[in-house]
Write a protein that binds this ligand. Structure first.
Ligand code: ATP
Ligand code: MG
Length: 442
């Protein structure tokens, strides 16, 4: 892609309404544009990053055997009346009527709808377990939308639902998701800590919030520092290995404010291991048994002819919130650096232009064409700006690698720079191999 052709409305000034770094940068880098309070349009750069995050989330769901489907954004109020949540949900729910006067709503979550799908098509215990998910827009009329895409009214969420025959089986599904979440956040370059949490309006008795540390987070967290040393790479996705991993996490105190008890914290965590800080919730998983399957009469026939309500869990990841959350976690010294796995481009090529001398530009274009031919996603800065202005722009966009064609480049070796990192001189072939390796690793 040529930079001159990219639709990227950069802002010179930081908009005053943006209070935190991620919101400021997303507006300045032309990633999103507010369309009304808490509702955003995703412009090409932001959209591309969000789609990459979505794809990683999808791959990790598929790896544990979850199957993707797509439910609509608009739901009928009826099923919510059946579960009893239509009144309970309050003003966060956007309620609408169609032209027949039928009560509808813009889904804030999908427990009811997936249960309705399940009950009408699954009759026998033999069809269990099932793990289904979709990645779809949600709407919650938040009282105070703020911090850009971090807390907005319309947001993009992955939500998964598990269906099992009994508690033991259901806990295995829960643990699988727990494992998938840790891997997902790791691939996004984040260390997310599962913290015991309250279940809130979703209900149930077992729940973890996945939280990443950030000063600007809205969750207050209390944890044992040693939880950060757990190595998930030592575990595979067999039930036994995942159970062991859950046990390791359970050994260390880690809770958000709703569950915090000072006496417990001080008793369980030595002073030198205590960590009290802020975090951003990027995912939340719940096990709630038959909370929905009972009122919605979702059951399966057992071998002996008896019926049993299926045991369910639900599992959310804030895909659009993650775009902001990654910025909050990775931003450093006014320079943005995307993890390679979600970077909007693999690399940027920046030629230094001298008056009446097109040689750097021509060399750069040759490298560009070579990399594109090798399926590398390159942003080529073909503008006439001064090099320092170009660098400022690329610090804002945050593509992790740059090729700079200036005084340090020779005929066939080019300055290859990692943002916030080292510089080396490499040939086009070496650059290609480096990036392809990096991609395989991710
Ligand atoms: P929060 O406590 O932040 O309000 P929640 O507990 O209400 O979130 P869940 O129902 O657990 O949210 O939703 C799953 C995930 O969706 C959350 O972990 C979060 O990442 C994301 N999410 C929830 N509400 C919003 C929102 N208003 N804007 C953006 N993302 C959101
Ligand atoms: Mg939550």
């Amino acid at each position: 892609m040529y930079l001159s052709k990219l639709f990227i409305p950069l802002l010179k000034e930081t908009p005053s309404e943006a209070k935190i770094k991620s919101h400021q940068l997303m507006l300045r880098a032309g990633m999103v544009k507010q369309s009304s309070t808490g509702i955003y349009s995703w412009l090409p750069l932001g959209f591309k990053i969000m789609k990459k995050i979505e794809q990683i989330v999808r791959e990790e769901q598929n790896k544990i055997g979850a199957q993707e489907l797509l439910m609509p954004t608009i739901q009928s109020a009826e099923i919510w009346k059946e579960s009893g949540r239509y009144d309970e949900y309050g003003e966060e729910m956007l309620r609408i009527k169609d032209r027949q006067g039928k009560e509808m709503l813009y889904g804030p979550t999908n427990e009811e709808l997936i249960t309705e799908i399940f009950r009408s098509s699954v009759k026998s215990y033999k069809s269990l377990p099932q793990l289904l998910y979709h990645i779809q827009w949600k709407f919650r009329d938040e009282l105070r939308p703020r911090f850009g895409v971090m807390r907005c009214k319309e947001f993009f969420m992955k939500d998964a639902y598990s269906f099992d025959l009994n508690d033991d089986e259901a806990k295995k599904s829960y643990n699988k998701m727990f494992f998938a979440y840790l891997n997902t956040f790791k691939r996004l370059g984040l260390t997310a800590i599962p913290m015991e949490a309250d279940t809130g309006p979703i209900g149930g008795d077992l729940s973890h919030e996945f939280v990443i540390l950030a000063e600007t987070g809205e969750s207050q967290i209390y944890s044992d520092k040693r939880i950060f040393d757990i190595d998930i790479n030592k575990h595979d996705n067999s039930d036994g290995s995942i159970k062991e991993l859950r046990k390791k996490y359970d050994e260390f105190y880690a809770v958000t404010d709703d569950k915090f008890k000072k006496e417990d914290f001080e008793k369980k965590v030595k002073k030198e291991n205590q960590l009290i800080t802020k975090g951003i919730e990027v995912g939340h998983i719940f096990y709630f048994g038959d909370k929905y399957s009972k009122p919605l009469d979702c059951s399966v026939d057992l071998q002996d002819g008896k019926k049993v309500n299926v045991k369910m869990g639900s599992y959310g990841i804030g895909v659009s919130r993650l775009v902001g959350a990654i910025i909050e976690a990775k931003f450093n010294n006014n320079i943005m650096k995307w993890p390679f796995s979600v970077s909007p481009f693999d690399i940027a090529i920046i030629p230094s232009l001298q008056k009446n001398d097109k040689s750097n530009y021509l060399k750069a274009e040759k490298v560009y064409k070579f990399l594109v031919k090798n399926k590398i996603d390159v942003l080529f800065d073909d503008t006439n700006e001064h090099l320092s202005a170009k660098f400022k722009k690329f610090d804002l966009i945050g593509i992790p690698y740059q090729i700079i064609l200036g005084s340090k480049s020779t005929e066939d070796k080019f300055e290859f720079k990692e943002i916030n990192g080292k510089t080396e001189n490499l040939s086009s072939e070496e650059i290609k191999n480096k990036l392809l390796n990096k991609r395989n690793f991710n």
